[in-house]
Design a protein around this ligand. Structure first.
Ligand code: IMP
Length: 192
């Protein structure tokens, strides 16, 4: 089976990707290639951060690879937390703190529409390509469910009565931002 490096050590992302990809590719993590570096993500766009991570791995470790960056764009907050979703509550804060701050900033907000956007940057055979996946939804008024990760408990995808954190991994992957971006990546890789 063909191997490909996913430039992450996030175990939730790895497990989602491996489920989506199935037996088509073997996904190697950064740990699998001996990379334990804290890779900089200092760009101000998702594309910029995804490319920064993929280029770092190519330059320092020599592997063709792909990297992703995800943001939660909330309309009532002018697109925040957006590209800063991971550090919304400040450096060193976790997902619980990020969600608490988001809910508190939206206390009096009735229009709660939002979207998750994932950009995957691929470096392969000297080429750079990006793939984008989006899921529309809304921010709940309180967390719901315990599965998933990150902002999953407060995000309800459009057309569903429950949050991402109440879904099975396959249900989430079938409609999620990362699922959509990953399937575009797979289509490209399999069509070469
Ligand atoms: P990054 O792509 O790892 O930089 O993620 C940015 C932020 O979005 C982090 O706080 C993640 O926990 C969160 N995040 C990324 N993907 C998801 C997801 O699929 N569901 C919920 N939160 C996510």
């Amino acid at each position: 089976m063909q191997e490909i490096v996913f430039a992450t050590n996030n175990k939730h992302k790895l497990s989602e990707l491996r489920r989506i990809v199935g037996d088509k590719f073997t996904i190697l993590s950064l740990a699998d290639i001996g990379c334990h570096d804290d890779i900089p993500e200092t760009a101000d766009t998702l594309e910029g951060n995804a490319l920064m991570k993929a280029r770092y791995v190519k330059q320092h470790f020599g592997y063709d690879c792909f990297a992703d960056d995800t943001g939660l764009m909330v309309d009532a907050l002018d697109g925040a937390p957006g590209v800063y979703s991971a550090r919304y509550a400040g450096p060193g804060h976790d997902s619980a703190a990020n969600m608490r701050l988001l809910l508190s900033n939206m206390q009096d907000v009735t229009l709660r529409t939002a979207r998750f956007v994932t950009v995957i940057a691929l470096i392969l055979d000297g080429k750079e390509l990006t793939f984008r996946g989006v899921v529309e939804g809304e921010i709940l008024t309180q967390p719901q469910g315990t599965d998933g990760f990150g902002y999953d408990p407060v995000f309800r995808p459009q057309g569903f009565p429950i949050s991402f954190a109440c879904m099975t991994p396959d249900e989430k992957n079938s409609i999620s931002h990362r699922g959509r971006a990953t399937r575009s990546l797979m289509d490209y890789l399999l069509s070469r």
